[in-house]
Design a protein around this ligand. Structure first.
Ligand SMILES: Cc1cc2nc3c(=O)[nH]c(=O)nc-3n(C[C@H](O)[C@H](O)[C@H](O)COP(=O)(O)O)c2cc1C
Length: 199
């Protein structure tokens, strides 16, 4: 098995962290992995906000319907999809629908913006895992997408200085696992999800 596949197998969502702090250089490596991710016509329609202050982590936990790992994580990365990036990269000037998400469907830019951020999120989680740092993706929180907790979301947007075009797509919690345990991978069987040539 490849080293990367070993890493993918060993990664798991961790929701309880010890008090140990993540060294800045490791946090930087995690962020660098995200920065280097691929995107549609290299639009890089993302911003990553590192949050370490307890006050902001508490607010983000509130936004995440009180999920404790958000406030107990050593660091949190708020991953933002920025729909203005397409205009800035002049992709919205392109007249071919195949290349310009703005011409594809009603919410093409929004859908594609959210889609792009999945790649850096995956890269950052795997880089963290390679450094012995555990993570958990948080998707259950108030935003323009979920429509829940609009007042808390408005406070978060203000605190993080986010523009209207900047939507929180994912929150990643990071820290060292409190009680290291074996990975329990519950996944559908290979032949339930993998097909060759056709389903
Ligand atoms: C888009 C997305 C959103 C998720 N949101 C949450 C969440 O809000 N809270 C949580 O505890 N886990 C969340 N997870 C983690 C999943 O529950 C977890 O990845 C899944 O159960 C598989 O377990 P594993 O990551 O340990 O392999 C999310 C995962 C993804 C990919």
């Amino acid at each position: 098995m490849s080293e990367l596949l070993d890493l993918i197998r060993s990664r798991k969502s961790v929701r309880k962290y010890s008090d140990k702090h993540i060294p800045d250089e490791d946090l930087k490596k995690i962020l660098e992995a995200g920065r280097l991710a691929p995107s549609w016509m290299n639009v890089q329609c993302w911003k990553f906000i590192v949050v370490k202050s307890q006050e902001k982590k508490d607010l983000l936990s509130e936004l995440s319907i009180g999920q404790p790992q958000v406030k107990n994580a050593d660091a949190v990365i708020v991953c933002v999809a920025d729909s203005d990036s397409w205009e800035e990269a002049k992709i919205t000037h392109i007249q071919k629908p195949a290349l310009n998400p703005a011409l594809q469907c009603e919410n093409g830019i929004l859908i594609r913006s959210l889609e792009q951020v999945i790649y850096p999120v995956s890269y950052m989680m795997l880089e963290a895992e390679s450094l012995g740092i555990s993570s958990c993706i948080i998707g259950a929180f108030g935003s323009e997408i979920t429509g829940i907790l609009p007042e808390v979301y408005a406070r978060v947007k203000k605190e993080l200085n986010l523009k209207d075009s900047q939507i929180i797509s994912t929150i990643i919690t990071l820290g060292y696992e409190e009680t290291p345990s074996a990975v329990e991978k519950k996944r559908k069987a290979f032949n339930e999800v993998i097909y060759f040539e056709k389903i």
